[in-house]
Every structure is written in structure tokens, then in C-alpha cells.
Design a protein around this ligand. Structure first.
Ligand code: SF4
Length: 319
């Protein structure tokens, strides 16, 4: 009998097991590589936003607002990485406001932050009861709730001596806010990457301003952050935001690249072609005799990149 063709399960199984092990190893390497790429992308986008808007300066003490959601965990994580390689020295202090919503797991964040070794402060204020007492049943509670939260966070920033307040809003939050303001507020207004607070006393920054939500989702998953659910208050007020988020995701599915284009548009506002007299002095417009490509083009068609070169962009003929 030819020994090489004889079936021997011991011998025949071995290569299969080796194959499986090799496949598992290859899959593991692939996941690791993807994670590394994602980490690099997150650091690059946060670094770009910090640089573009001069978000962090020498000696800053930054209050990192932690809700326990995927975005705030990602923000803290990436800021800690940034801190190790930044050209300036700055401090981070993570702050969570426990609003006493029923079922809020108040041990999760302290345990996580202790484990991380990052300075932190938990502020406990029962705004939930206040809101429930003041707002009639069935009315939306977010307006009062966020006003109370804002005031408390400003006070905590003062007490901790923080020079900046970092919020975990990302690119998609900013775009959703722009659309919500247009749809329901009759104004073009997004969320600033860096702005002095409404009381004039604090500088608020949004280091994730350039980061797409799907990247914070992926990062949170890969890092197994102990996420605290965000529906504890039972408010329905977020429905419009949820609907706009859904609309954007649908658009993106049908026209890949649309979200990025809309976001780029926010960084490229042509004020002369809007209708806001606060931004441009239309009343005193006079011919200068000097050609200007940014001037009025009368009936000329706008030129857009071909859909083939910029996937997902619909070419609209203006006539
Ligand atoms: S969703 Fe709940 S916690 Fe958030 S602002 Fe509204 S009421 Fe407050």
C-alpha cells in the first residue's frame, strides 16, 4: 500500500487545524491593523482640529466632559494620546455630571477613570427631579435640563481652575445641528469647534469636530468602553435629531460622500452668495470695473466635479 495515499485522520486533520490557526492568526492581524489605522485616523483628525482652531495652548487645563457615551470616551482616550505627543504641556481632568436620572449606574465612570489613572471629578446634582417638578408631564424636558447642566459645568470648570471645556460633539453632530437649525430654526447655524461660552467666561472646544460618528462608534467598540445608555431620562426631545441623523445616513448610503461634502461646505461659506445683510453690504454694492471671479456669474452654470470623479455628488444643472 502506498503510504502517502492512505487516509490517516491524525495526519490529515493536522494540516486543517494548522489552516484554521493560520486563518485565525491572519484575521487577528487584520483586526489589529484596522484598529491601528483607525487610531491613527482619529489622532490625525483630532490633531488637525486642534491645530486649525488653536484649541489647546501651553498650560491649558482642560475639563473633559464625560457623559459615559461612546463619543466622550473616545474624546478622552484620544486627548490622552495627544497629551503624550503634543508640542505643548496641558492637563486633562475628566468631569461627569451625575444628574440623578433613575437607573444611572454611578459606579461605572469612577471605576473606569480610576483604572485609567486620569484626574477626575464627579459632580452630583439632582437636576432630574428639578426638571420633572418644573416641566409639565408630556412636555419636552431637554431645554431646562441642558440649561441647568451648562450652568453646573461652568461652575465646576471655575472650581477646578479649568481654562477650556471640551465637549465630545463630532462631525455628524455638527452637521445635524446645522440642518436642525435650517429646518426648524430658520437660520444657518451649526456648532462651533471653539467658542467663548455664552456667559463670556469659558472657552468651549470640540476636539472631535472633524471625526465622523462611525469612527467613534468603531473605536468605542474596539476598546470595549463601558458605555452608559443615554436614554435614562426618557425624554422624547431628541426625536427630530434622530430623524435628521437617519436622513443623513440614508443620503450617505445612496450618495456616498455627501456628508463629507456638506461638512466641507460649512468650512467654505461664500457670504456674498447668501442673503444675510449682516455678512455682506448689499445695499452699497457698486461696480468697481475690476474683474473678480467671485463676482456674480449671471446665468452661468455652476461647475461641479463630475459624479464619476467625486462619488455620490449629484450634478445639478442650474438653468
Ligand atoms: S435627553 Fe434627557 S438628559 Fe439629555 S438633555 Fe434631554 S432631558 Fe436632559
Amino acid at each position: 500500500m502506498n503510504a502517502t495515499t492512505e487516509h490517516n485522520p491524525w495526519i490529515d486533520e493536522a494540516p486543517a487545524a494548522d489552516d484554521a490557526a493560520a486563518a485565525a492568526k491572519a484575521a487577528g492581524i487584520k483586526i489589529e491593523r484596522e484598529q491601528h489605522k483607525l487610531e491613527k485616523r482619529l489622532c490625525r483628525e483630532v490633531g488637525r482640529a486642534i491645530t486649525d482652531f488653536n484649541m489647546i495652548e501651553e498650560g491649558d487645563k482642560i475639563m473633559v466632559c464625560m457623559s459615559g457615551g461612546k463619543d466622550s470616551y473616545t474624546m478622552l482616550d484620544i486627548l490622552l494620546k495627544m497629551q503624550r505627543r503634543a508640542p505643548v504641556k496641558f492637563e486633562l481632568v475628566a468631569v461627569n455630571l451625575d444628574q440623578k436620572q433613575p437607573g444611572f449606574p454611578d459606579h461605572i465612570l469612577p471605576e473606569y477613570l480610576k483604572g485609567l489613572g486620569v484626574p477626575f471629578h464627579i459632580e452630583t446634582q439632582d437636576t432630574y427631579s428639578v426638571v420633572k417638578r418644573v416641566i409639565p408631564e408630556g412636555k419636552t424636558t431637554c431645554g431646562l435640563c441642558s440649561r441647568l447642566r451648562r450652568a453646573i459645568l461652568y461652575k465646576v470648570a471655575d472650581q477646578l481652575g479649568c481654562t477650556k471645556i471640551a465637549l465630545g460633539h463630532h462631525r455628524d453632530d455638527i452637521l445635524q445641528t446645522l440642518l436642525l437649525n435650517m429646518f426648524y430654526g430658520g437660520r444657518i447655524k451649526g456648532m462651533p469647534p471653539k467658542l467663548v461660552s455664552d456667559d463670556g467666561k469659558h472657552v468651549v472646544i470640540r476636539p472631535l469636530a472633524y471625526v465622523p460618528e462611525k469612527d467613534t462608534e468603531r473605536w468605542a467598540k474596539s476598546q470595549n468602553f463601558p458605555i452608559i445608555p443615554c436614554n435614562l431620562c426618557g425624554s422624547q426631545d431628541g426625536l427630530q435629531r434622530v430623524a435628521v441623523g437617519e436622513m443623513l445616513r440614508e443620503w450617505e448610503k445612496k450618495h456616498p460622500g455627501r456628508i463629507e461634502n456638506m461638512f466641507r461646505a460649512m468650512q467654505n461659506v461664500v457670504t456674498t452668495h447668501m442673503l444675510d445683510p449682516k455678512l455682506h453690504d448689499f445695499k452699497n454694492a457698486r461696480a468697481t470695473g475690476i474683474a473678480n471671479p467671485d463676482g456674480d456669474m449671471a446665468f452661468d452654470h455652476e461647475e461641479f466635479p463630475a459624479a464619476a470623479t467625486l462619488p455620490g455628488v449629484q450634478v445639478v444643472q442650474l438653468s
